[in-house]
Design a protein around this ligand. Structure first.
Ligand SMILES: *Cc1c(COP(=O)(O)O)cnc(C)c1O
Length: 392
């Protein structure tokens, strides 16, 4: 089976598609028709790869973690996405999409953001490439994430509060979609994960696939073979995971592990573990697994990490789950905290709380001594210091 890319209609098995109001058809169809031609062109790749190297700082290291390896009696490698400019993998996608928008003749960028990480990455790309940037953010999140709001403003973005509903991420998405409907000619909507209507999940996965492309090359260089035994990543919407898995999903020998945010536990009513709690539904333009009530009301998720606090999962991952191609773990808040403190102490690396969910899999699963286990360290922990301080 081909797990990597969707079919022509944007489906990964039964998941995906484009479920959007008619008013959005022209925008989405323009993208569907043009995205592959543009991003695969030599001219686009030349500019994109040059920026990834000289602006973002790629390739990020693949670091053999001697101390974690010793503790867990296996061979642990960390893919250091935390060392990217702006501190996480999100810049890989934001830069790619803003470059694409320019080639589509757009001069105005909109984005939604929850914790502010994707907003900062998009505002950064817009500052660099000279496009106007508007970021929609829930009013509650604006208050919770003041440092990132300040960063976006300093980068020249306009931050607009979403004041409806729970005033959080899903309300910001609704505002962004409304804006896009009203400004179809001038504006591109930079979605921040492998979610949304086709072609966004495929577009974002392709931009993030640089992660597994580099892992292959670096493993070859370091151990003389291109494939690990395991790849592990955390899943919010699923973009760092899609990038980490991309070049391995069709390689049968590579086992794939996804870590979701269990919150206070899957039975606690305060969780974000979508594959454990979700059912088939439509959220933000695609058919996938969604945490929802029997009548289709989205259930408010909970996670200690803002980046995993999402009631859905991208169709790429829903498909891996359905076909048992990936093993899913639900990692609770306290387990993630423990893993974050452990990495800091053993290796001198303070990870993002999101990434700590992937690290926590080491406690949950027994690996063999000779297994090569690659974990995506999706971001750094600076933004989480307040939470870490409270739990010291
Ligand atoms: C946003 C974020 C995530 C979650 O998003 P995905 O699309 O699932 O990758 C994970 N880690 C970090 C550091 C983030 O900022």
């Amino acid at each position: 089976m081909n797990y990597k890319n969707p079919d022509d209609n944007g489906y990964y098995g039964e998941f995906g598609g484009a479920f959007i109001p008619e008013m959005l058809y022209p925008n989405v169809e323009e993208l569907q028709k043009n995205y592959l031609g543009i991003i695969e062109s030599e001219e686009f790749q030349k500019e994109y790869q040059d920026l990834l190297k000289n602006y973002v700082g790629r390739a990020t290291p693949l670091y053999f973690s001697k101390n974690l390896s010793k503790k867990y009696h296996t061979k642990v490698y960390l893919k250091r996405e935390d060392l990217n400019h702006t501190g996480a993998h999100k810049i890989n996608n934001a830069l790619g999409q803003v470059l694409l928008a320019k080639r589509l003749g757009k001069n105005r960028i909109i984005a939604e953001t929850g914790a502010g990480q994707h907003g900062v990455a998009t505002a950064t790309a817009c500052a660099l490439l000279g496009l106007k940037c508007i970021v929609y953010m829930g009013e509650v999140d604006i208050q919770r994430q003041a440092p990132n709001v300040a960063r976006m403003k300093m980068l020249g973005a306009e931050v607009i509060a979403a004041t409806s509903g729970s005033k959080t991420l899903k309300d910001a998405v609704n505002e962004a979609l409304r804006d896009w409907i009203n400004n179809p000619v001038t504006t591109h909507y930079v979605i921040g994960s492998v979610v949304g209507p086709h072609p966004f999940p495929d577009l974002v996965a392709r931009f993030q696939s640089i992660i597994s492309k580099e892992i292959k090359e670096q493993l070859h260089e370091q151990i003389g073979r291109e494939t690990p035994d395991y790849v592990i990543a955390c899943v919010g919407g699923g973009s760092n995971a899609a990038g980490t898995f991309y070049h391995f999903v069709n390689e049968e020998n590579v086992k794939i592990i996804a870590a979701e945010a269990g919150g206070l536990g899957i039975d606690s009513g305060k969780s974000a573990a979508t594959t454990f709690l979700g059912t088939l539904g439509v959220l933000h333009g695609s058919k996938s697994l969604v945490m929802q009530t029997k009548d289709g009301q989205v259930i408010e998720p909970h996670s200690i990490s803002a980046g995993l606090d999402y009631p859905g999962i991208g169709p790429f991952h829903a498909h891996l789950h359905k076909e048992n191609r990936a093993e899913f773990f639900s990692i609770n808040d306290d387990q993630a905290l423990k893993a974050a403190f452990e990495l800091t102490k053993l290796e001198g690396i303070i990870p993002a709380l999101e990434s700590a969910h992937a690290l926590a899999v080491l406690e949950q699963k027994k690996f063999n001594e000779n297994d090569v286990v690659v974990i995506c360290l999706s971001g750094r922990g600076d933004k989480d210091m307040e939470t870490y301080l409270k739990n010291m």
